[in-house]
Design a binder for this molecule. Structure first.
Ligand SMILES: Nc1ncnc2c1ncn2[C@@H]1O[C@H](COP(=O)(O)OP(=O)(O)OC[C@H]2O[C@@H]([n+]3cccc(C(=O)O)c3)[C@H](O)[C@@H]2O)[C@@H](O)[C@H]1O
Ligand SMILES: Nc1ncnc2c1ncn2[C@@H]1O[C@H](COP(=O)(O)OP(=O)(O)OP(=O)(O)O)[C@@H](O)[C@H]1O
Ligand SMILES: NC(=O)CC[C@H](N)C(=O)O
Length: 556
């Protein structure tokens, strides 16, 4: 019996709904696996459909199409390595999240997912039926157990697989990114290896899907001496990678040979990469080639322009400065300086004429009222009108620029600066915006298509943030200092703390209550906001689903 078994890992980027395209990727990976003499090509969870499909998978015609595509793949790849590929399985009106095993032109096994994730952004209990714990399947000399993603976060499935004869664990995943997620995955999979005494191959997909990012970072663990665990392979995050891992039969059982150990970046680089890939993939997968944004000379639009340059190349980004009478000369200079450093075209479109026309058109209705936020917001909305006109005419995707602190408290104008299709910094608190700009000025990587060096001028980073919608306006006139605001939001949003707990931590009750009121009072605005890449475990959208109408307020 053979003492060596090669698995080709396809850390690849599927597109939701592109069954033919995903199958093509699978075929190409299989051809490489065959060339490398592999016994098995492994592809991630739900690879044939892309992940997450949300309710699309409930459409019977779609699931049937996906199953037929897998069966065709089996027929086309008869003569060579077996394939393990994720996809839906619909039988007797039950729908499963399954891992299909194809060999010799046929489907030879299906593993059904048992633990269906339903917290945070997941809804699998709503979408799928729970499968019974499936046993191992045999490919050549090896019995393989495949817990599917969430199955491997709990002991039961892996323990059962070990008890029923599995010799290794091969875990297909659709595990979405959040900051430092790899550490969390590692703790779970290390536990499974210790409990079962089996080596584990953790294979994750890459790429962006709506607001989610799949960061790959696949790895292989061997059980080590004395109940320990040894990492023998680590793939880079976010890159599409085909890699081969060899298992050899030893006296202790099958063990993976030492393999590549790709560098894992720190959390600032992880987040920056996630925001960049999120924008890049959203554009690519929805058919946009160019993007545009309003460039104010402020830090938020400077960072968004930088991310856009890195994602699609500066030549594909267009910045528009839309000055009003309140726009300072420094803002004009800073916007132009930043665009020049980034190598992005910047145009100017004045909004004062249009603003005068709107004022005049409304004059007979507004007579007797005093100017207030209404007039301020008209400026913001006119910018939205101009930017959307440029988007309509030239086909670019309009980017919005609200950071998580602003998005959390509704500090943005509906149909104004919120006009646009995608917001790369939606999940990045303002205090992190500053640090991210400093990080990007110091670092450049191969995957960044923008210029290296200090692309964001220091003055943009150090000046006090202002919306410049009235004379001498500063964000801090309306909001607590960002350090205080972000600390309170961290408690209320990220940690679900009570007002009392935040006050006990030393925050002023009045300030916490104000932030809470802004947070709950702006749910409706977030409902209408552009999507953006999820980089935290509590991103606005699927991780935190609050009612739009909500009279409850926590008391101090
Ligand atoms: N519950 C609800 N459900 C549905 N709609 C609701 C609503 N409550 C209010 N509304 C609607 O929303 C309107 C109020 O919201 P909105 O029009 O956005 O106006 P509002 O939130 O009052 O003002 C915009 C705020 O964003 C700030 N800001 C910061 C940074 C940049 C910019 C910028 O624009 O560049 C703006 C600006 O200084 C101001 O504090 C109401 O008049 C009403 O039409
Ligand atoms: N004069 C302007 N020209 C072009 N776009 C503008 C202008 N003023 C505002 N905007 C758009 O509206 C967005 C919201 O303004 P906001 O003041 O919140 O952000 P910022 O100016 O980028 O950063 P900061 O908050 O640090 O000043 C800007 O990011 C920009 O896209
Ligand atoms: N697709 C899944 O089952 C993912 C759930 C898993 N807990 C994760 O976030 O990685």
């Amino acid at each position: 019996m053979a003492d060596r078994f090669r698995i080709t890992l396809g850390q690849l980027n599927p597109t939701v709904g592109d069954l033919a395209g995903n199958a093509r990727k699978a075929r190409e990976a299989w051809a490489l696996a065959k060339e490398a003499g592999a016994d098995l090509l492994a592809l991630p969870e739900m690879f044939i459909t892309g992940y997450q499909t949300q309710d699309l998978v409930l459409k019977v015609a779609f699931s049937e199409d996906a199953m037929a595509t897998i069966e065709a793949l089996a027929r086309d790849c008869a003569d060579g390595p077996a394939i393990g590929i994720g996809g839906p399985f619909l039988e007797n009106e039950k729908l499963y999240n399954a891992f299909w095993i194809l060999e010799g032109g046929k489907v030879v096994a299906r593993v059904l997912k048992h633990d269906l994730p339903h917290k945070q952004l997941f809804d699998e209990l709503r979408l799928f039926d729970q499968g019974p714990i499936s046993g191992p399947y045999r490919i050549g000399p090896l019995r393989i157990g495949s817990p599917i993603c969430e199955d491997s976060w709990w002991p039961e499935v892996s323990e059962t697989l070990a008890e029923t004869g599995a010799e290794i664990l091969l875990i297909p995943n659709g595990s979405p990114y959040h900051r430092n997620k790899l550490d969390l995955r590692m703790t779970h999979i290390v536990s499974r290896v210790v409990e079962t005494g089996l080596p584990a191959v953790y294979l994750n997909s890459v790429g962006g899907q709506d607001d989610q990012l799949y960061d790959g970072a696949s790895f292989v663990l061997n059980p080590g001496a004395g109940g320990g665990v040894e990492k023998v392979m680590q793939l880079a995050p976010f890159d599409e990678i085909i890699a081969h891992v060899d298992f050899i039969r030893t006296e202790e059982g099958w063990r993976a040979e030492r393999n590549r150990m790709d560098h894992q970046p720190d959390e600032w680089e992880q987040d920056y990469r996630a925001m960049t890939e999120g924008l890049r993939d959203y554009m690519r997968k929805s058919g946009f080639k160019t993007a545009l944004l309003g460039m104010s000379g402020g830090i938020d639009s400077a960072l968004v322009a930088t991310i856009a340059a890195d994602a699609i190349g500066p030549e594909n980004v267009r910045c528009i400065m839309l000055p009003s009478e309140y726009t300072s000369p420094e803002s004009l200079e800073d916007a132009a300086d930043c665009a020049t450093r980034l190598g992005i075209q910047i145009d100017t479109v004045k909004i004062d004429g249009a603003r005068g026309a709107v004022d005049q058109a409304l004059a007979h209705l507004m007579e007797g009222t005093t100017p207030d936020l209404t007039e301020e917001n008209i400026q913001s909305r006119l910018r939205g009108v101009m930017l959307m006109a440029i988007s309509n005419k030239f086909g670019g995707l309009l980017l919005t620029t609200g950071n998580k602190s602003e998005v959390a408290v509704g500090y943005c104008t509906i149909y104004g600066d919120m006009a646009g299709g995608y917001n790369p910094i939606k999940d990045l608190y303002k205090t992190r915006v500053f640090e991210t700009c400093r990080w990007r000025n110091r670092h450049h990587r191969d995957w960044m298509l923008g210029n290296s060096g200090e692309v964001i001028p220091q003055r943009i980073i150090t000046k006090p943030p202002s919306a410049e919608l009235r004379p001498d306006q500063k964000d801090q006139d309306s909001l607590p200092p960002y350090e205080v605001l972000d600390a309170i939001l961290d408690g209320l949003v990220e940690k679900d703390m009570s007002v009392r707990e935040l006050v006990a931590m030393g925050h002023e009750a009045e300030v916490v209550l104000k932030v809470q009121s802004l947070l709950y009072g702006s749910e409706w605005k977030r409902y209408q906001a552009a999507p953006g890449p999820r980089i935290s475990p509590k991103a606005f959208w699927l991780d935190r689903r609050y009612p739009l109408v909500n009279r409850w307020r926590d008391k101090a």
